[in-house]
Write a protein that binds this ligand. Structure first.
Ligand code: FES
Length: 174
């Protein structure tokens, strides 16, 4: 079992001009996750998911707070956050559409799907619609290459997507 620094009831950092106060519930959940590993570092992704569940993304200040809880440099936490493409380091819409742009889906027309989504939503990749409903991102192979084109909306994977099916798919996400 790993040890962590003693934690006050509130953890506040002001680095990068982004004060961040972690709620006790999240701090406790992160400490609980740390307790499951021999090396607290292994709880990095759990901690990032806990913070993202709270805000929909991971604010800058939370990176340092997580680092203090895990007793590792914030830069290491940042490294994990940027490695995982489902951890968002800036605000996203209520629903994140991630279109697979790897080779099998590309051969099945994912670029048309991607282009059509950009047109329908009036956004470019990486952007969020004005109403905050959708963010559009690319994503690497989702492991369902035989059922492409594939995209994810939040945690839901959709297979065999066609341009014609997009309206019905988007309607599911208000
Ligand atoms: S290439 Fe798209 S799921 Fe594998």
């Amino acid at each position: 079992m790993s040890t962590v620094n003693p934690t006050p009831s509130k953890l506040i950092v002001t680095d990068r001009g982004q004060p961040y106060e972690m709620v006790a519930e999240d701090r406790d959940a992160i400490l609980h996750a740390i307790a499951h590993y021999d090396d607290s570092r292994a709880a990095s992704i759990d901690a990032l998911k806990i913070v993202q569940r709270r805000h929909g993304w991971v604010p800058d200040g939370a990176i340092s707070v997580i680092g203090k809880l895990l007793n590792i440099p914030g830069s290491d936490v940042e490294g994990v956050a940027t490695f995982y493409n489902r951890i968002y380091r800036q605000p996203v819409g209520r629903h994140v559409i991630a279109v697979c742009d790897s080779i099998s889906c590309f051969l099945m027309g994912s670029d048309q799907i991607y282009g059509q989504l950009q047109t329908k939503l009036s956004i470019k990749p990486g952007q969020t619609t004005k109403d905050g409903r959708f963010t559009l991102l690319p994503i690497c192979c989702l492991g369902a290459c035989d059922r492409g084109p594939v995209l994810m909306v939040n945690d839901n994977t959709h297979f065999n997507i066609s341009v014609e099916s997009l309206d019905q798919l988007l309607e599911q996400y208000k």
